[in-house]
Design a protein around this ligand. Structure first.
Ligand code: DND
Length: 228
């Protein structure tokens, strides 16, 4: 089977997961894992799984950013990033991929996504998952205070940022915005998308840092080998 066939198959599997999920979305707890995912890697997946288990979340919805306004560098085509997230989640019934930000033509802000989610999953409780770096930058996000009104936030530890620093930031955000936000220690995996792109630029290995299918997709589509 070629990688393109596997992408097509993961798309269909994901559509079925979404259909089942949309039919039983009342009174459930949904974790949202938003990201540029350029590319998705094992730290994203392990963090999402660890938090799903710790918070007894029913499902994790991965939402790849369409046009992330916060990225200054040129990012990879959104369909490649979306396909890689599909390939990474094909074998996990609890991980579902949403294309709501991919389909949005304008800049993709979390506030618009949370409003959209609230309309679709009316009685669900939403937990937005972020890594420590994202939580430290959250005051630069559009309509920060409104984001906190629409969702609970969970801030996962990330190598290089101490739990103490995250907790100080959380205290500050709670005081300022009455935010519903908690920190969680997740097992450290010192992997980043930047590191993976750098490895690829130097023709070095990315094996065991990303799912095998993602590695195959990257090589097949020859992304990340133009100094990007
Ligand atoms: P990133 O581009 O940082 O994602 O975006 C994270 C989320 O923030 C997305 O949903 C964005 O739409 C949203 N955002 C950012 C800026 C402004 C606004 C919204 C706005 O509305 O104005 P990455 O692909 O880099 O990473 C995805 C997640 O995984 C992040 O939360 C990151 O911190 C986390 N992560 C790790 N966590 C633990 N261990 C590691 C990790 N590597 C990445 N090794």
């Amino acid at each position: 089977m070629t990688i393109n066939n596997i992408v097509d198959e993961s798309f269909i599997i994901n559509q079925n997961k979404l259909k089942k999920f949309d039919n039983r979305c009342d009174n459930i707890k949904i974790g949202i894992m938003g990201g540029t995912f350029d590319p998705i890697h094992y730290a994203h997946l392990a963090t999402a799984e660890f938090i799903r288990d710790s918070y007894k979340l029913d499902k994790i919805l991965f939402i790849p950013s369409g046009n992330p306004p916060h990225k200054k560098r040129k990012i990879t085509d959104k369909y490649h990033r979306y396909n890689m997230v599909l390939l990474s989640t094909i074998n996990n019934d609890n991980f579902i991929v949403s294309d709501m930000e991919i389909k949005r033509e304008k800049s993709t802000y979390t506030i618009d996504t949370l409003k959209q989610l609230k309309q679709i999953y009316i009685n669900a409780e939403i937990y937005f998952i972020t890594g420590a770096d994202a939580i430290c930058d959250i005051e630069t996000w559009k309509d920060v205070e409104e984001n906190f009104k629409l969702a609970n936030f969970i801030a996962a530890t990330r190598p290089g940022i101490s739990l103490l620093k995250i907790n100080e930031k959380i205290k500050d955000l709670k005081d300022k915005y009455n935010a519903n936000i908690e920190s969680i220690y997740v097992p450290s995996l010192d992997i980043s998308s930047t590191y993976i792109r750098n490895q690829l630029n130097k023709n070095k290995t990315i094996r065991y840092l990303v799912p095998e299918l993602v590695q195959e997709y990257i090589y097949n589509k020859q992304i990340y080998n133009n100094g990007e």
